[in-house]
Design a protein around this ligand. Structure first.
Ligand code: UD1
Ligand code: CA
Length: 453
């Protein structure tokens, strides 16, 4: 989003429960790119400088209020139509909204900043009463039709009330509008519900503005950004479009995605330049990756950071609180949680590191486990710089291994190890000369006696 701030307010309609989602969760809380749909709309509006952003919610929608906080919400108890919904925002906008009021929808999360900006700028440059975002869908179906004349937009006719000629119009109403804030509520007061659905139609304000001698205009947008989510199928379609945008953005900003369609992003993923991402990698929320990082395929990340020039994967899982410093190597089947792996350290194979620090250039052998949990509490493991942990060791926290210390392979470390010391806890090796040969001879003789050599 660009930095230039707009002086406009926004109303986001989000009162519908969304019965076709077949969900206990209000529709607008279903996530796209790991963030509730309504969160995209509200954050997008706020980033453009729209203020206030007032969200109209339905009854019993505390979780929606929490999701959009600190933006103000108003509750629409009976859903009597889109005009009725917008009227609920009158009190919070009274006195603060000058200029343009933008009307957006909590279930239309893909609208771009560029389009919103174009709507506000068109209204301000023209002084129009209402600017409507139109689009030309493949199937106009039940969408309201935009009836235009030489002065611009004359009226919006809902499909249920449209004549055959009007139904033939392919320019449709997305629902999104930029309205003169000084006139909006006056027009809404005049809207009645004498129509096919018995609802108060927001779309009626176009004809009312024209009757007031005000010009109304249409700005056209892409069908793709105006997709409304009413079902899980549409949710998946919206997710797909949003993922494609993030993939393109990552590549435009200098990351290589070897097979883009298999890489999944969150709304807040940050990738540096010259990052390479292998196939089948999932970025959960809160992940940042610095310049030059190599992510081999099949990795899963969440709330973690990866420092410059580190290599990660394939098949690595970085869980919340994993902080990987530069030049570190995290290899296959390694899980890291709430732990810092300092510069140049190597954790290359089959390892769990949780609640820990791995010091600079330490080497963690294959199969090392930090035993951080005793069924009740979590405990910390500290591994010093340059320490070497032999393969298949268990470090039973709380415990520390000093700088430069070596832990012998297969050890179970329960006491702190001093810097530069060797700790080995396995039992001493025994040797019995000739035992294996004798064992083989006995067994072969037994087999021969049973007739199967
Ligand atoms: C509306 C438009 C139609 C447009 C279409 C685009 C009107 C009268 N019609 O029709 O021209 O083509 O959107 O999708 O506006 N909502 C509330 N409270 C209400 C009613 C609706 O919050 O009382 C919210 C809904 O949750 C939904 C949005 O407003 O997100 C649109 O309402 P909906 O009933 O779906 O309008 P449509 O009939 O689709
Ligand atoms: Ca609708």
């Amino acid at each position: 989003m660009s930095s230039e701030s707009l002086s406009a307010a926004a109303i986001v309609l989000a009162a519908g429960m969304g019965t076709r989602m077949k969900s206990d969760l209000p529709k607008v809380l279903h996530p796209i790119l790991g963030r509730p749909m309504v969160g995209h709309v509200v954050a997008g509006a706020a980033e453009l400088g729209l203020s206030p952003v007032v969200v109209v919610v339905g009854p019993d929608m505390e979780p929606v209020k929490a999701a959009v906080s600190p933006h103000p919400t108003v509750e629409q108890t009976d859903r009597l139509g889109t005009a009725h919904a917008v009227l609920h925002a009158r009190a919070p906008l009274e006195g603060v909204a000058q200029g343009t009021v933008l009307i957006l929808y909590g279930d239309t999360p893909l609208i771009t900043a560029e389009t919103v900006r174009r709507m506000v700028q068109t209204r301000e440059a023209s002084g129009a009463g209402v600017v409507v975002l139109g689009f030309r869908p493949d199937e106009p179906g039940a969408y309201g039709r935009l009836v235009t004349d030489e002065q611009g937009l004359q009226a919006i006719v809902e499909a249920k009330e449209a004549t055959a000629d009007q139904l033939a119009i392919d320019l449709c109403n997305s629902g999104v509008m930029a309205v003169d804030g000084a006139a909006l509520f006056g027009w809404l007061d005049q809207v009645d519900n004498a129509n096919a659905k018995g609802e108060y139609y927001l779309t009626d304000i176009v004809a009312l503005a024209r009757a007031d001698g005000r010009q109304c205009l249409v700005v056209e947008g892409d069908e793709e950004e105006l997709i409304g989510v009413n079902s899980r199928v549409e949710l998946a379609q919206a997710e797909y479009i949003a993922q494609q945008r993030k993939r393109t953005e990552a590549m435009v900003n200098g990351a290589t995605l070897i097979d883009p369609e298999t890489v999944y992003f969150s709304h807040d993923t940050v990738l540096g330049r010259d990052v390479t991402v292998g196939p089948f990698t999932v970025f959960g929320p809160g992940v940042s990756v610095a310049d030059g990082v190599q992510i081999k395929g099949f990795c899963h990340f969440e709330n973690c950071s990866i420092g410059a020039d580190a290599t990660v994967g394939p098949y690595a899982r970085l869980r919340p609180g994993a902080v990987i410093h530069e030049d570190a190597h995290i290899g296959n089947f390694v899980e890291i949680k709430k732990a810092t792996v300092e510069r140049g350290a190597k954790v290359n194979h089959l390892t769990y590191i949780g609640d820990a620090r791995v010091g600079e250039k330490a080497n963690i052998g294959a199969g090392t486990i930090t035993c951080n949990y005793d069924g009740f509490g979590k405990y910390h493991t500290d591994i010093g710089a340059g320490a070497f942990i032999g393969s298949n060791s268990s470090l039973v926290a709380p415990v520390s291994v000093g700088d430069g210390a070596i832990v012998g392979a297969g050890s179970v470390v329960t006491k702190d190890v001093a810097a530069d010391a060797l700790a080995v806890t396995r039992s001493p090796q025994k040797a019995v000369d000739g035992w294996a040969g004798r064992f083989r001879e006995t067994k072969q003789a037994e087999k021969a006696a049973k007739g199967k050599v």
